[in-house]
Design a protein around this ligand. Sequence first.
Ligand SMILES: *Cc1c(COP(=O)(O)O)cnc(C)c1O
Length: 370
Amino acid sequence: MPEPLPRIKKLSPYEPGLSIAEIQERHGLARVIKLASNENPLGASPLAMEAISKAAASAFRYPQGGNPRLTRALAKIHNVSPQRIAIGNGSDEIIDCLIRIFVQAGQHNILCFDPCFSIYPIQATINGNQIKRLPLKSDFSFDFEAFLNLADENTRLVFLTTPDNPSGYCPPLEDVAAFAQSLAAKAPDALLVIDEAYMDFAPEGFSLLNVGKYPENVIFLRTFSKSYGLAGARLGYAILPENLTEFFWRTRLPFSVSILAEEAGLAALADAAFREATLKTVAEGRKYLTLELTRLGCEVAPSSANFIMFRPPEGKMEAAALHAALLARGIIIRQLKSYGLPDYLRASVGNREENRVFIKELEKLLKGKA
Ligand SMILES: *Cc1c(COP(=O)(O)O)cnc(C)c1O
């Protein structure tokens, strides 16, 4: 038997949010509320579900190469040339492809913040790449000056998440624009990858992509997993400089986006009513959770995303104990130990009933009445 490579043997795996089935079984519960993976509180778009059923009859066929219909639809929505669109099996696959396309092991490096979305460092490690990390400021904002200082002539990819996961922080547009400019000047061989998985939930005017004015060295990542409610279908996309797109298509596995996912994505893009309802539900739920968590004495990080990071009040239950006690009551939220934030928890914004039950159970636990 061969030995796995040393870097694979010491890799810490990605920790997904716990599943509903797991918790139902473990605690013998009939109802479990999952607020752990920032999924859509309204489920999947009805139009997308219908499209998946219709596409079932074509499941025996291979997808068309290059996802041309979805590419055209996305190009139209973002008002860019179809040659700038890359589509993948979730944005996770695109992140992995970018690393494989641009970063030479033993020579180049990748920058990201600490903590950050764990797929960046995990895929970098799998590919044998060096990763340089800058701690977030104590208020979870970004020190762009120090980040720029980390970049050198061997930097190839710089990951920035706006709004950020797990804090929900979204930096001002001017700061992101200035950073992109300075990076292009200091490290002309580096690409700035702005992961906008949660941008739909942020106020208008925070996305360089939406504003449409940005330097050439920028790649944007978007996903169907959050605002479009298709996390299980696996669909994400990038908008990248036109001359780089062909290398993406050469690198990506030819059929990684299934026929079902492509049809679901096309239908979800057309479902304006579902999208509007999603954004409204998240905005209301986020406001409610922020107020209620604050009322219960939690320290709440201001969020521009569909989740809230908070720190339970001191002198009561610690984050880990609170997380476990909520699980036993059928409420799954996210522990942030794997992000290096053991004192914090992250809850996705659910629907009105889910949010209410979560707060009710949390209140009982914090008041010692559980
Ligand atoms: C959820 C999330 C994504 C989306 O990943 P998919 O592979 O598209 O499901 C990307 N980036 C961040 C920071 C996320 O939290």
